[in-house]
Every structure is written in C-alpha cells, then in structure tokens.
Design a protein around this ligand. Structure first.
Ligand SMILES: [Fe+2]
Ligand SMILES: [Fe+2]
Length: 224
C-alpha cells in the first residue's frame, strides 16, 4: 500500500520635535537646554493629541485584525488534530503551492512571485513550529540524529528560496529549480511523516502528545 507521501509524489516625529525646539529661547542656560531637550523628546505639541489617539487606535485595530486573522488561520489548523496531523496538513498545503508554481510559464512572472511569497511564508511558519517544538522534543527522546538531519534540510529549503529569489521568475531554469525544490520538500516530509514522527509519537503518553500539540498550535499562532 502506498504511503501517504508516496501517493502525493506526483517616528519619531521630527516636525513636532522641531517646532517645540523653535519655541525655546536661545538664551537659556545649558542645563535648561538639556532639560527642555529631554522634555522635547517626548513632546508632541498641542495638536498632536488627536493624531496620536488616531494612530494608537489604528495600531489597536490593526492588532485586533491580525489577531483575528491568526485565530482564524490557526483555529483551522487546531481543528486538524494532533501535532503530527497538523504538520502533515501543512506539508500537503506546501506541496499544493509547488504544483501551482509548476503549472506556470515564464510569462506569468507576477503569479510566480506571489506563489513564491506564499510558499516562503508557509514554509517559514512550518519550520518554526518544528525547530522550536518538535525537533527539540525529538532530541529529548534520543532521536538526535533524526532531528539534526531534518533541521539541516531546513537550511537547504531556505537555500532554494534564496536561489529562486535571486534568479527571478522569468529565468529559463526557474521551473527546473522549483521541481528540484519540490523533490527535497517531498522527501523531507516523507521522512517526517513515515519515520521520525511515528517513532517519536508511539513513545509519547497521551499527556505528552497533547502538550506537543498545544505547543505547536501556540507557536503556529504567533507565526501565522
Ligand atoms: Fe521539517
Ligand atoms: Fe515538516
């Protein structure tokens, strides 16, 4: 029976600071100047209040929107099950982006750029979850060789991203590079899903398993 991955292988505000400085008398002693200078560093002027309030409100709205987006994205993943199932679903998502990239031609440079950005974000978040939670836990469970090999491969994944960015989406060898890159990610995912993760998981207690899932979800939330 084909395995899961085998089957897939197909201000600072200078203006307000400047104006408050302009109000100061040039004849003040140096100590007065020092104290007004330190005050002016935090002086926003009389008209800055509403602007500052609006800016803070904007930041708050942005934070809330981002928090909601993260909750939505990570909530979808949290519903996917245990940590290894979450990571396997992310492997599938990344491989699906690769397939879209491989279906482009050299005239579709904008689409290629967008897909590479999407892939970079997905792989970055995924690698962070593994490197900050799963691989350290593998080492703790005496699977250091697996963890080191897998973490080393993440370095080559970043190298492919660097090379694709450097060559540009119109390069005649772009598709070939993406195909090689997909091959590495597919083999890497296969080793995780079929060897390293099952070996690790079968030795975990239900509590330990739940703890790893919680940590992966938490890390993924901040990286989403
Ligand atoms: Fe990995
Ligand atoms: Fe992975």
């Amino acid at each position: 029976m084909a395995t899961r991955t085998q089957t897939r292988q197909s201000n600072r505000s200078t203006s307000s600071r400047g104006s408050s400085r302009g109000d100061q008398s040039e004849n003040r002693s140096s100590s007065e100047n020092r104290s007004s200078e330190s005050r002016s560093a935090f002086s926003w002027g009389e008209n800055a209040g509403p602007l500052l309030g609006a800016a803070l409100a904007g930041v708050a709205i942005g934070f809330a929107a981002n928090y909601g987006r993260k909750a939505l994205m990570q909530g979808m993943e949290a519903a996917a099950g245990d940590w290894d199932e979450i990571l396997a679903a992310e492997h599938d998502m990344a491989l699906a982006i690769f397939d879209k990239m491989l279906a482009t031609d050299e005239t579709q440079t904008f689409k290629r750029k967008m897909l590479l950005m999407k892939l970079t974000h997905a792989l970055d978040k995924h690698a962070h979850q593994e490197e900050m939670v799963v691989y350290p836990a593998l080492r703790e469970a005496n699977q250091t060789t697996d963890a080191d090999q897998l973490e080393g491969e993440h370095g080559y994944i970043k190298t492919y991203i660097y090379e694709l960015n450097e060559m540009g989406p119109a390069s005649p060898t772009w598709l070939e590079k993406v195909r090689e890159f997909r091959g590495l990610v597919s083999r890497h995912a296969h080793m995780e899903e079929e060897e390293a993760f099952p070996t690790f998981k079968q030795a975990l207690t239900p509590e330990q398993n739940a703890r790893i899932t919680s940590l992966v979800n938490r890390d993924g939330f901040w990286m989403a």
